[in-house]
Design a protein around this ligand. Structure first.
Ligand SMILES: Cc1cc2nc3c(=O)[nH]c(=O)nc-3n(C[C@H](O)[C@H](O)[C@H](O)COP(=O)(O)OP(=O)(O)OC[C@H]3O[C@@H](n4cnc5c(N)ncnc54)[C@H](O)[C@@H]3O)c2cc1C
Length: 402
């Protein structure tokens, strides 16, 4: 292994201090464990991301996170290839916009304040596990721990080295930050734009920040070779961007959750744990397959793994099994629902856009999912019932029976 002498032994070593890693570090340290967080970058650092937090984040983070919120959002302007704007609003915030450098720095600071040791600017190169623990080598040192948490994002080294059988599919996304003058936000300071027709199996977005617009496109369900031209077309078709300089977009994968085909439930669960190693956030592909939302799930999975480890401090098998159970109860059932919705919307985006216009109350209900009032599982049956009833209405109208 790289590095020299093994340094201090820790209860938990966390590779990556994005939202998943730093949230886990804070919770584990508060619970009295010796925690080391390692990151190849030094915070605050730029991260390619829309920075849209669904409002349910309020239920899982301390209110202090509001200090790094740039804008509150209470409306979505849907368009199809830049046309036919449809604004749907909510009385309450549905999302909060952050710049990831400030948001992630805030979370890392919380972890340090809780007692975690954070070492940055030193990437992890190799991880090995044996019956007694794990050994993690960076460019400059070696560290030993009882458990290693892979929180190192979409290109996770932990996943590649210790979970070789996991799916490597990651959807491509591109984003650019457009600096705007005098707060001239488009489509509005409290409104996000979602272009349902911008990408073949995804969408285009414009998210308002204090001094800029985050403009991007993502494809969540298939590989594409021409995302740059999709991005350029999106920018051209959004008239609100005319006159602004849109810098060259930066690419980064989005590891949207996908159910492995043909596996039994017990085999599926073991995708998150191998021995003393466990995956959270993007490293575990815990990203919503409908919108590509990953920050909430990074934070939540970081908290769930910490809760499980603290509940069974002396037994890594029990604790990591408890984490997988928690994912099965709290996160994965919703992903299965949103994956079903994504399959329909992204296969038939024009029809999906028409349905949004016609069934705005269903969209309002989905806002309640984003606000954490109901789960996606609770949303689906009512939405299906309403859509079915209305489809009947449409048929009757078409037959002049109404
Ligand atoms: C274009 C784009 C737009 C997006 N927009 C949104 C959005 O609006 N809302 C939303 O919720 N999600 C969005 N996402 C997804 C979101 O960015 C991720 O889901 C989220 O960052 C996951 O957090 P994480 O902590 O798991 O990983 P990350 O935030 O990626 O953090 C991983 C950390 O690990 C470190 N690291 C990596 N390798 C090593 C190593 N070898 N050694 C040490 N450290 C390492 C990295 O430096 C990094 O700090 C977007 C993604 C993309 C690509």
């Amino acid at each position: 292994m790289a590095g020299g002498q093994v340094h201090t032994t820790y209860d938990v070593i966390i590779v990556g201090t994005g939202p998943a890693g730093s949230t886990a570090a804070a919770a584990l340290s508060r619970g009295g464990l010796a925690v080391l967080g390692l990151d190849k970058e030094t915070h605050p650092r730029y991260k390619v991301c829309g920075g849209g937090l669904s409002a349910r984040i309020e239920q899982v983070l301390d209110p202090g996170f509001q200090s790094v919120v740039e804008q509150s959002v209470n409306g979505v302007q849907f368009v199809y290839r830049g046309q036919d704007p449809l604004l749907i609003q909510s009385a309450q915030p549905i999302a909060y916009m952050v710049m990831r450098d400030r948001f992630d720095h805030y979370l890392v600071q919380e972890a340090i304040d809780a007692g975690a040791e954070i070492r940055t600017g030193d990437g992890v190169r190799e991880i090995k596990q044996d019956s007694g623990g794990v050994e993690v080598a960076t460019g400059t040192g070696r560290y030993r721990g009882k458990i290693v948490i892979g929180a190192d994002g979409a290109n996770s080294l932990v996943a590649r080295q210790l979970f070789p059988d996991r799916s490597q599919f990651r959807a491509p996304a591109l984003e650019s930050e457009v600096f705007i003058e005098d707060g001239r936000h488009y489509p509005g300071a409290t409104t996000i734009l979602v272009d349902v027709g911008a990408a073949r199996q995804g969408y285009g977005w414009i998210f308002p920040k204090r001094e800029c617009l985050s403009v991007g496109v993502g494809e969540f369900r298939r590989k594409t070779t021409s995302l740059r031209s999709t991005f350029d077309r999106f920018v051209k078709e959004e008239q609100g961007l005319t006159g602004w300089t849109v810098p060259r977009p930066v690419g980064h994968p989005i590891p949207a959750y996908a159910e492995p085909e043909g596996q039994q439930a017990d085999e599926r669960a073991s995708r998150f744990v191998v021995g003393r190693a466990v995956l959270v956030g993007d490293a575990g592909h815990l990203v919503d397959p409908l919108f590509g939302e990953g920050i909430y799930y990074a934070v939540r999975s970081g908290q769930l793994v910490a809760r499980a480890i603290l509940a069974h401090k002396d037994d890594h098998c029990l604790s990591l099994a408890a984490y997988e159970t928690a994912l099965e109860q709290e996160i994965l059932p919703d992903f299965r629902v949103t994956a079903r919705i994504a399959r329909v919307i992204y296969a038939f985006p024009r029809l999906g856009f028409k349905l949004l216009r016609r069934y705005q109350d269903v969209v309002q209900d989905y806002f309640e999912v984003l606000q954490g009032r109901i789960t996606a599982q609770q949303f689906l049956p009512n939405a299906k019932k309403r859509l079915k009833a209305s489809v009947n209405d449409l048929l009757l109208e078409a037959l002049h029976l109404r």
